[in-house]
Design a protein around this ligand. Structure first.
Ligand SMILES: *Cc1c(COP(=O)(O)O)cnc(C)c1O
Length: 459
């Protein structure tokens, strides 16, 4: 007999996970290793530690330890804003008149406004523990930069953020939040780095891209004593830290004997989705349970649905290690009218491998339908969602409406990754009818594919 399910299922503070779950430990076929672009050989811990913090390198390379203990300092920080609520979307269900049961895990309840703080605090902690002066990073829409600024100020570390120029100009408020937390924010591409100057020369007037900002941040980290580079998505270590989302969601659902049929998340670099699905995918890999898992991406940046599964650079400057992933090519820059985030050209190698094995699906959606779903959600559930998160909302609504047709009472869980208060320029465009959909043609995508490196003996 099912218990009465409350609107919000909270965990007690002591039920916040004390370990992260490393999904790779349960994968029979592991994600492909990062390669050194110079030699074509797997990156060693030593090579990686020139760019990343030592303990994070260990986590990056660890594909056998299923549970990794969360240090006490990070657990304490998590207590300030976690556990995040798991919400039963009764109002949305009512509005849609669907027999489906919809749940969402809301990660927007902190000043950074998204799930990114879960990994930022971990990465800042390990940088501090190593005795570093500071860290460098890139940020697109600004959520990661904000999260990292908060984490760095907590541990008293210097924080240098390269912010994609178009966002820097469109989102001055995010920039100020970062500066409030003491970060140094530079629009990218900039003249402060070699690679930035090179990109500006080749593409004058470019509005920037995440790949380009990554190149700048890596250059600064590797040429300044006492600095390392940190990344807010894509990497295995980030998926590991984000597993706290899925572990909490599963613990909350288990309390009421709820088992989702379907788990939906937006996918930029794959960190929130990788974190949300982690314990569920673990069960699926161990053949203990089955779930339908759907990644949702923008039709204007369709890495999963139209990308190629190949080794590629993570950055435009081609200085980072090569990762095997679904990619549109490191030179790909989404159309300037794309306002919904999730702009990265590639995808987490762990999720790419799971997708390649047919263990999860992907869908691409267009931005006007995403904002329409966002608005519909905001009006009944109260929360103003981030455009990124709204990709997941769109597909959750679609699936709930399918249930209405078939009469199936499916249980849907989706990740509501953040709030959209800093995305109101995009909302304004939508409300003014000035937002258009843009789906790149095959010809548009070809130059990106052409630039994917050929690696002798590998691809
Ligand atoms: C960064 C971000 C995303 C996308 O990143 P993933 O690594 O794919 O999770 C999604 N939603 C919000 C609110 C974000 O800030």
């Amino acid at each position: 007999m099912s218990k009465e399910i409350p609107y919000k299922i909270y965990l007690e503070e002591q039920e916040i996970p004390k370990s992260w779950y490393n999904l790779r430990a349960d994968m029979e076929k592991k994600p492909a290793p990062l390669l050194n672009p110079g030699t074509g050989q797997p990156m060693t811990a030593e090579e990686l530690s020139g760019v990343f913090c030592e303990e994070l390198v260990q986590q990056e390379l660890d594909e056998t330890t299923p549970y990794i203990e969360i240090p006490k300092e990070i657990q304490d920080f998590y207590k300030m804003y976690r556990p995040s609520p798991l919400v039963r979307a009764y109002c949305l269900e009512e509005k849609l008149q669907t027999p489906a049961k919809i749940y969402y895990k809301f990660e927007g309840n902190n000043t950074s406004g998204s799930h990114k703080l879960n990994s930022a605090i971990a990465q800042a902690y390990y940088a501090k523990k190593q005795g570093l002066k500071g860290v460098t990073t890139e940020t697109g829409a600004g959520q990661w930069g904000t999260a990292l600024s908060m984490a760095c100020s907590y541990f008293d570390l210097d924080c240098k953020v390269y912010m994609v120029k178009v966002s820097y100009e469109q989102k001055p408020f995010r920039r100020e939040v970062m500066r409030t937390y003491g970060a140094d924010v530079t629009p990218s591409p900039s003249t402060t780095t070699e690679v930035g100057r090179r990109i500006l020369e080749a593409h004058p007037g470019t509005t920037g891209s995440l790949g380009c900002a990554i190149s700048e941040a890596v250059e600064v980290a590797t040429t300044n004593e006492g600095y390392r580079y940190v990344l807010g998505s894509v990497l295995n270590q980030v998926l590991l830290h984000q597993s706290v989302i899925g572990l909490e969601a599963k613990a909350a659902m288990d309390k009421y004997d709820i088992k989702p049929d379907m788990i939906i998340g937006c996918a930029g670099g794959g960190s929130n989705l990788g974190g949300l699905i982690a314990p569920f995918m673990g069960q699926k890999l161990r053949k203990e349970a089955d779930y339908q898992i759907i990644a949702v991406e923008p039709a204007s940046c369709p890495s999963f649905t139209r990308g190629k599964y190949l080794y590629d650079f993570c950055d435009t400057g081609m200085i980072c290690p090569l990762a095997k992933m679904y990619t549109l090519g490191s030179g790909f820059i989404p159309s300037a009218n794309h306002a919904g985030g999730l702009r990265f050209h590639g995808m987490s190698s762990t999720l790419s491998e799971l997708y390649d094995q047919g263990l999860m699906e992907a869908r691409a959606v267009e931005q006007t339908e995403v904002f329409a779903a966002a608005e519909q959600f905001a009006r009944v559930e109260g929360i103003l969602p981030a455009p990124e998160s709204s990709h997941a909302i769109k597909v959750a609504i679609d699936e709930a409406l399918k249930c209405k047709e078939t009469g199936e009472e499916k249980t849907i869980l989706f990740g509501l990754t953040g709030t959209g208060y800093f995305d109101l320029v995009a909302y304004e465009k939508f409300h003014n009818g000035e937002m258009s959909d843009y789906i790149p043609t095959d010809e548009d995508l070809q130059p990106g594919f052409d630039a994917i490196p050929k690696i002798p003996g590998i691809q």
